[in-house]
Design a protein around this ligand. Structure first.
Ligand SMILES: Nc1nc2c(c(=O)[nH]1)N[C@H]1C(S)=C(S)[C@@H](COP(=O)(O)O)O[C@H]1N2
Ligand SMILES: [Mo]
Length: 318
């Protein structure tokens, strides 16, 4: 990994120890085959970014967008990302997701809702007017981007599903198909990738069901055809390529919490004052910039979302 700058090295740190060992083994395997180091994936064999690129009609601007910040270029958004189902390097998702079939695609709605059903992604695309939502995104590893997502508030979907009085949380389950997703063949994480929100978080207008970016359908690497985006939380809360949404009474377990409960909590709100046990969260590197900028509480969305956590000890509920 010689080509990486120090600020890029954190991924091995975020990785649980057994995964790190796993990767070392894989790397050894690659070396045994004479493939060399990370240079193979990133330069010699690099393929053009996998990009769905179908224009979405009628995406309108939203007052909920963040303004005054430079957008991260599309190519950086698609080629520098995390999607462990396709591998653990930042370039893996764009290079290995070509086989992901995003049509037909359905999302099963289960649990504590009156309208449990299976929904087609085409139906989701037409459910509510698509809005451009420009959001700051902050990965727990210490890098950030500004991305013009396309979608609509999750509340639009939730209210149509009519949750019962028992629905206190929502679980989001990603696809885990080893035939389409090479990373799923390795026990890097417990598959499928699971994420969850408290119901009032999911109902907050800033939380979106996301179906596109830069006015086009989502690239596979970014979670095609449908993901969630919760801009005040660390990036890993944004489950990609979702196939199931379940309404539940108890707080669900999430993938990173299961992998390492002392390092990753259920809430995972961006908070510069609460460090990750192995690194500071005070600063971040905006992709495309040199140097670092200060990380903002709730990723800068505190005016809108702080009331969701009134009275909660943010050190305890990290
Ligand atoms: N299913 C799934 N969703 C996932 C991940 C993943 O590995 N698998 N990685 C998360 C992490 S750590 C980040 S930072 C974001 C990155 O996605 P983006 O670049 O499209 O915002 O996806 C999140 N969602
Ligand atoms: Mo992340």
């Amino acid at each position: 990994m010689l080509i990486k700058r120090p600020s890029d090295i954190v991924p091995s740190e975020i990785t649980p120890q057994r995964v790190y060992e796993e990767r070392r083994q894989l790397l050894k395997g690659a070396l045994a085959l004479g493939l060399g180091t990370g240079l193979v994936g990133s330069t010699l064999l690099s393929t053009p970014p996998v990009h769905a690129g179908v224009k979405l009609a009628g995406v309108r601007k939203s007052p909920l967008s963040t303004s005054g910040e430079e957008l991260t270029p599309l190519n950086d958004v698609t080629t520098y990302t995390n999607f462990y189902e396709f591998g653990t390097d930042k370039k893996d998702p764009s290079e290995n997701s070509g086989k992901l079939r995003t049509r037909p695609w359905t999302v099963a709605i289960e649990g504590e809702v009156k309208k449990a059903k299976v929904m087609d992604v085409e139906e989701l695309l037409k459910l509510a007017p698509l809005e451009e939502r420009v959001y700051r995104m902050r990965c727990v590893e210490g890098w950030s981007m500004v991305i013009p997502w396309a979608g609509y508030s999750l509340s639009e979907l939730i209210k149509r599903l009519e949750p019962t009085g028992k629905a206190k949380y929502i679980e989001f389950i990603s696809l885990a198909d080893p035939e389409q997703m090479p990373g799923v063949n390795t026990p890097i994480l417990d598959w499928p990738y699971l994420e969850g929100l408290r119901m009032d978080e999911a109902m907050h207008p800033l939380a979106i069901l996301c179906l596109g970016l830069y006015g086009e359908t989502l690239p596979n690497a970014n979670g095609a055809p449908v993901k969630i985006v919760i801009p005040w939380k660390y990036g890993f809360k944004n489950g990609k390529s979702i196939v199931k949404i379940r309404f539940v009474e108890q707080q669900p377990k999430t993938t990173w919490q299961l992998a390492n409960p002392t390092e990753y909590g259920f809430y995972s709100n961006v908070n510069p004052a609460v460090d990750h046990p192995r690194w500071s969260q005070a600063k971040e590197r905006r992709i495309g910039e040199f140097g670092k900028r200060a990380t903002l509480l709730y990723n800068g969305y505190g005016d809108q979302v702080a009331s969701l956590y009134a009275g909660m000890d943010l050190r305890k509920f990290f």
